[in-house]
Design a protein around this ligand. Structure first.
Ligand SMILES: C[S@@+](CC[C@H](N)C(=O)[O-])C[C@H]1O[C@@H](n2cnc3c(N)ncnc32)[C@H](O)[C@@H]1O
Length: 397
């Protein structure tokens, strides 16, 4: 493993006629940016990419690059091809430890990366409209739900949101409406205030994910496209014929995927009437009415009344407050026990540890034994140094 810095490999200008040469030189000035990065062997690159994305450290404005190991003399013999990941910030000690767990070889260096085409185009469109000193505040990435883009806007460019929104619409032709986050996800329904920025004034859309289709209203029910990989990870743990209780189902992305892919019976609960209405529609849209049973109400009451002791899995995706409902999850599980898929926010280096500790203490208060923690992982970063942490735990009464 190598953690030293090396000189950035030289970018070679392709050979061609003079005008192409000039275009390329001009393009390079506009489209390349030097960035600090981490290099790894191509064989383990996908695993490294996933972890960096989870940490929120990948610079999404720049393109990941593959280079021959010859470009970094001194590393010859490690592997034939390296993958370079641009980083937005240095990695913490804990993040580095996790990366070492999946990659035998890691090397830090700097490299001149291609800027992603959509960023180049947005920047071009904003030239002369947005003062250049604000260019660094143009959002590097944003969530896209169906045909709606949701931006996190730096307060410095709030006054320019309409021109930024128009540029995003022009560059992303499938996006029809642009909204800006107007606050944090909040309240019992876990929704956030959105401010219309450009395009159609509509918050209802259809979002495709993992072979399912979801009708979503981004203003009145929770939905995050960033959890798409996490839903697959949980769904893959459900065996055909098993029963699942999704305590905080929202518009149904976990429940419907599990029914569709794994053939599991899912009892899906939500307290938000708007989310419940969309959940019902999504069950029909995805043709899983025989497998997914929706309930409107507080999960504590619904489980007490209808869903005691029948689940092999309980999903608890309410990271702000799930610890308050661990006793409810235990009541829903079979007498013989089962798996709880638990989510909670955690801060700093000890995020995973803190989440597991609170989970364990609440579990023991419920009089239920922990058989084994099956997985603990940071699912995504929610703000600087804060993560949504996932815990899969096998428990028995
Ligand atoms: C973070 S969202 C997750 C939604 C969904 N699982 C997903 O991944 O998109 C949490 C959901 O829990 C619901 N909720 C909050 N408190 C609840 C309660 N006591 N009983 C049932 N649902 C609740 C909210 O309305 C919200 O839709």
């Amino acid at each position: 493993m190598s953690f030293g810095f090396s000189r950035a490999p030289r970018f070679r200008i392709p050979r061609g006629p003079p005008q192409l040469f000039l275009e390329v030189v001009f393009g390079v000035l506009l489209m390349r940016r030097l960035s600090f990065c981490i290099a790894t062997c191509s064989l383990v690159a996908e695993r490294v990419r996933r972890l960096l994305a989870e940490f929120g450290t990948l610079d999404r404005e720049l393109k990941v690059e593959r280079i021959s190991v010859d470009a970094l003399p001194g590393l010859l013999g490690i592997c034939s091809e390296l993958v370079l990941f641009p980083l937005v910030r240095p990695l913490s000690r804990l993040e580095l430890e996790q990366l070492k767990g999946v990659a035998g070889f890691l090397h830090f260096c700097s490299h001149s990366f291609m800027v992603r085409e959509h960023m180049v185009n947005i920047t071009k469109l904003l030239k002369g409209v947005l003062p250049e000193r604000f260019f660094k505040f143009i959002p590097r990435s944003f969530d896209i739900v169906g045909d709606i883009a949701i931006l996190e806007l730096n307060p410095e460019v709030w006054g320019f949101r309409d021109v930024i929104g128009e540029a995003i619409l022009k560059v992303n032709r499938h996006v029809k409406a642009v909204f800006a986050k107007g606050g944090r996800v909040d309240g019992i329904y876990r929704v956030r205030r959105l401010v219309h920025v450009a395009g159609e004034k509509r918050t209802l859309t259809f979002h495709r994910e993992n072979g399912c289709i979801f009708k979503v209203d981004v203003a009145s029910a929770y939905f995050s496209p960033r959890l798409s990989g996490e839903r697959v990870r949980v769904a893959n743990q459900v065996k055909p014929g098993e029963t699942v209780v999704d305590l905080f189902a929202g518009v149904g992305p976990f429940a419907i995927l599990i029914a569709k892919r794994r053939g599991g019976i899912v009892h899906a609960i939500d307290i938000n009437p708007y989310a419940f209405q969309l959940l019902e529609e999504n069950i029909k849209l995805n043709k899983v009415s025989s497998l997914v049973h929706p309930y409107l109400g507080d999960c504590r009451e619904v489980v007490n009344t209808h869903l005691r002791r029948l689940a092999d899995h309980v999903i608890m995706n309410l990271p702000s407050l799930a610890y308050e409902f661990i006793d409810v999850a235990c009541l829903a599980l079979r007498e013989s026990g089962g798996i709880i898929h638990y989510y909670q926010f955690g801060r700093g280096e000890t995020a995973c540890n803190d989440v597991v500790e609170l989970f364990k203490s609440r579990l023991s208060e419920s009089g239920v034994a922990l058989v084994k923690i099956l997985n603990v992982k940071r699912v995504r970063s929610t703000s600087p140094r804060e993560w949504q942490v996932a815990v899969d735990a096998l428990v028995a009464p």
